[in-house]
Design a protein around this ligand. Structure first.
Ligand code: GLC
Ligand code: GLC
Length: 808
């Protein structure tokens, strides 16, 4: 069943009913100010950090789900309704929500009144704009009263939900003309406030939640709106809100716009006050004047569309499969941008108060983002590297506002360091900017202890080598990529977290995943070392890669597939000898992707085992059989009911490793088959089963052992976005930047007989026409009409256009 459709022409997903299986959301904002907005207008916004600078209060796990923190109400005579359907769940003559790139428009119609609201965060602004266009499509004059509503968060979203003994006494607002200011704590240490204004004179306003709603009412029945009479309440403590009341008279056929601006303003410390005790509102007034006219909003909409068009031109596919085109050209890169911006902080499954930026997550997010805005990727790499410890290990997470590592989670996830090499290599392949390797970067954000970025990579590589276990495989530490494989944890206390509990000291638990990761990272690291002139280090790195490959083949081959790990006691994990959890996806994908077992047939056998034991119609499950009981020695993985999350769920993040691995053994058909099982555009027709947005990936789909097989959770913020992008764009369609040129080596099977990719890279444009005839073992290329050896197209000078013909 579908709940909408793709509008490819203008790059929007059009939701045609408010009753989707779950809130289907979008993100607004490109750089510093971000909003989450659902198809019925729910969600919140924040400046840079979803925990410390939250503008609006949003209640997770609420009943009903997804109400607040913004709303618009319309009074039409005695009839009161909400054009976004919620919060009143008004019966609408027509509903439509269009989620586009950084923009959402929600349309509701009732009794001849059409209310269309476009929400966006304009480029370069720290504000959310709502442009409400009211049209009278009836044949009688309408006298409408519009009430806006936002509920403020007292900035620190965690404290806001906990510290009521203080917070019910701190709330403060000011009203100045049509602008309502949220100034809680501005009198003391905050130099920032929020403003909510509208480009029209007010009939009245409200700023006190209890007055606006009435003591016992919810957002679906605000007393002020039901009475049609604003009270001009001024909040003092309790819950500050902002609600404007505006009268709009419309003759038949007439239309009128209201522009609401919800902004974040930060003043320099020495310019906090206009006069003693009077908040400096001039930046807010300037902001409001930039959006006082609907034409200014139109210009901002156009600028945002142009911005996205130019970003997406970097990799443009024209294929016979429209679902593939919409994934590759629009929705997958869009999700990559969002994961780059958010890491795992704020979604409808991530509360914005828990996790900051993940070291491993952010490095992987770069892989799908780096071609879009390389300069931002560069800064991100330097920020991440600055949270590394001098011994090469790394904070698992850091807070975006302060860029400091999070002490409560600390380090000890032994896959983290190697991701820095993988992320940095991707950036340099895209840009050719080797200069980044010479940037001085602190360790643990301590400016008295710095080293070049290359030295950080060296310590990453050697941290892994310095921490090997009895079989010469890397020690796992608290966990590796699989956060729930906690082999040193042994937790019997439900009140302690799996990831930070290490009840036994041991140096036996080893990860085959990290081993594969080292083999994967070694050639890139060696190339970078060579480029820096460290020839001995480069040679040694290649030897270490080969040595690790040998260790895997000797100690981590189970007969039909690669083992997953050795546990604390030196017992095998992910072996046919185990009772449960006999085979895992991660080592099959990562080891083969790294090239392990290509020569002796183990790679093919491992991938055949994946097909036989792990592949399902909804994607590839993480392990089989699932753990049916709690295994103290394995940790959180066995805490999930069978079929969910890391216990035999379909973890969409690692499926593309298998796809890429399949291309390494030339099985493009199978790679593309796996691709289509989880790519959201292909799941649109089963939205009633899948339930999350059909335009973005979810982290997890319930596996075949689950009660609710095929149901997705954790949409948006997942490494799935970046890795699926890499799998399809770089490996199946086969166009990827390498240090020495643009590789053109498609491997996608017979479903896509021909396609064109236009790729911008390092200032040049490459028009690549592929005839996917599958006649040759190795693709045959001509570059500007001349046949070339191999599949590497040398980089052209900036400004040049290169015509590439490729026949497979
Ligand atoms: C709050 C604090 C308490 C303090 C009191 C007076 O109740 O929890 O520790 O003594 O305020 O400041
Ligand atoms: C989550 C985490 C990621 C981890 C994955 C598997 O997606 O964000 O870091 O690798 O789960 O456990």
């Amino acid at each position: 069943m579908q709940f909408g459709r793709f509008d490819d022409e203008i790059r929007e997903y059009v939701i045609t009913t408010p009753r989707t299986p779950y809130p289907w959301i979008n993100y607004l904002g490109t750089k510093e100010f971000f909003s989450l907005i659902s198809h019925t207008g729910g969600g919140y916004c924040f400046y840079r950090d979803a925990r410390f600078r939250r503008l609006l209060r949003y209640r997770y796990n609420n009943v009903p789900t997804d109400v607040g923190a913004r709303a618009l109400y319309i009074r039409d005579g005695d009839d009161v309704w909400t054009p976004a359907w919620k919060p009143m769940k008004s019966a609408l003559d027509r509903f439509e929500c269009r989620h586009g790139l950084g923009m959402t428009t929600i349309v509701g119609e009732r009794n001849g009144v059409r209310a269309a609201t476009t929400f966006l965060v304009p480029l370069g602004e720290t504000a959310e704009i709502w442009r409400l266009t009211l049209s009278n499509n009836s044949d009688t004059a309408k006298k409408l009263t519009v009430f806006s509503f936002v509920e403020f968060c007292l900035w620190n979203a965690w404290d806001d939900q906990n510290n009521f003994q203080r917070n019910f006494s701190t709330g403060e607002v000011e009203v100045d003309g049509s602008a309502i200011y949220h100034v809680t704590e501005y009198r003391e240490r905050r130099n920032h406030y929020a403003v909510f204004g509208v480009n029209a004179p007010l009939t009245g306003f409200d700023t006190d939640r209890e007055t606006f709603l009435g003591p016992d009412n919810g957002l679906h029945e605000p007393a002020v709106v039901l009475d049609g009479a604003p009270r001009n309440s001024i909040a003092s403590g309790w819950a500050p809100i902002a609600s404007h009341c505006v009268e709009v008279e419309l003759a038949p056929g007439q239309q009128r716009d209201l522009v609401f601006t919800l902004g974040y303003v930060e003043n320099p410390a020495n310019a906090k006050w206009e006069q003693p005790g009077v908040v400096n509102k001039s930046p807010a007034r300037a902001l409001l004047s930039r959006f006082s006219d609907p034409r200014q909003v139109e210009a901002a909409v156009d600028a945002l569309r142009d911005y996205w068009s130019s970003l997406l031109e970097t990799y443009a596919l024209d294929s016979p499969d429209e679902r593939l085109d919409r994934m590759v050209n629009v929705w997958n890169p869009y999700q990559c941008m969002v994961t780059f911006n958010m890491s795992r902080s704020a979604s409808y499954f991530e509360s914005g108060i828990g996790r900051g930026m993940g070291f491993r997550d952010s490095n992987q997010d770069l892989l799908g983002f780096v071609h879009l805005v390389p300069e931002r990727a560069r800064q991100r790499i330097l920020d991440i590297a600055a949270t590394q410890f001098p011994d090469g290990s790394a904070y698992h997470q850091y807070q975006p506002l302060t860029k400091q590592g999070n002490h409560d989670i600390g380090a000890g996830f032994n896959d983290d360091p190697l991701w820095l090499i993988i992320g940095t290599a991707a950036y340099i392949k895209e840009t050719g900017d080797f200069g980044i390797l010479s940037e001085e970067v602190p360790f643990d954000n301590d400016n008295s202890n710095t080293a070049s970025l290359f030295e950080h990579l060296r310590r990453s590589f050697h941290f892994t080598l310095d921490n090997l276990g009895p079989h010469g495989l890397p020690l796992i530490g608290r966990a590796d990529w699989n956060d729930c494989l906690n082999l040193n944890c042994f937790s019997e206390d439900p009140d302690e977290p799996y990831q930070t509990t290490a009840n036994r000291e041991g140096r036996t638990a080893e990860s085959v995943f990290i081993a594969g990761q080292l083999v994967y990272a070694a050639p890139d690291y060696a190339d970078l070392a060579q480029h820096m002139g460290f020839d001995d280090e480069a040679t040694a790195a290649r030897e270490h890669g080969a040595g690790m490959e040998a260790a895997i083949l000797e100690h981590a081959w189970d007969g039909e597939w690669f083992l997953r790990a050795y546990d604390f006691f030196g017992e095998k994990v992910g072996s046919h000898e185990n009772e449960e959890g006999q085979i895992f996806i991660e080592p099959q994908g990562f080891c083969v992707m790294a090239g392990v077992g290509l020569e002796d047939g183990k790679a093919i056998r491992a991938l055949d085992s994946v097909a036989e034991h792990l592949a399902t119609p909804y994607g590839i499950v993480l392990n089989q059989p699932p753990y049916s009981r709690y295994h103290l020695e394995l940790g959180e993985i066995s805490s999930y009911p069978p079929g969910y999350k890391e216990n035999a769920g379909i973890f969409c993040h690692n499926n593309p490793w298998v796809m890429i691995a399949e291309t390494r053994i030339g099985r493009g058909d199978r790679a593309f088959d796996y691709y289509r099982r989880i790519a959201p555009a292909y799941l649109e027709e089963i939205s009633e089963i899948h339930r999350t947005e059909p335009y973005v990936y979810s982290q997890m789909v319930a596996g075949r052992d689950a009660v609710r097989e095929g149901e997705a959770k954790n949409s948006w913020l997942t490494g799935t976005a970046a890795w699926n992008y890499v799998a399809i764009a770089h490996h199946m369609l086969g166009v990827r930047p390498e240090l020495g040129g643009l590789r053109v080596s498609p491997c996608i099977g017979t479903e896509i007989p021909s396609f064109t990719v236009t790729r911008r890279c390092r200032g040049g444009t490459y028009r690549i026409r592929v005839a996917n005839s599958l006649k040759h073992g190795e693709p045959k290329l001509t570059v500007d009409g001349i046949a070339v050896e191999g599949t590497l197209v040398p980089y052209a000078p900036a400004g040049a256009t290169v015509e590439v013909e490729c026949e497979t």
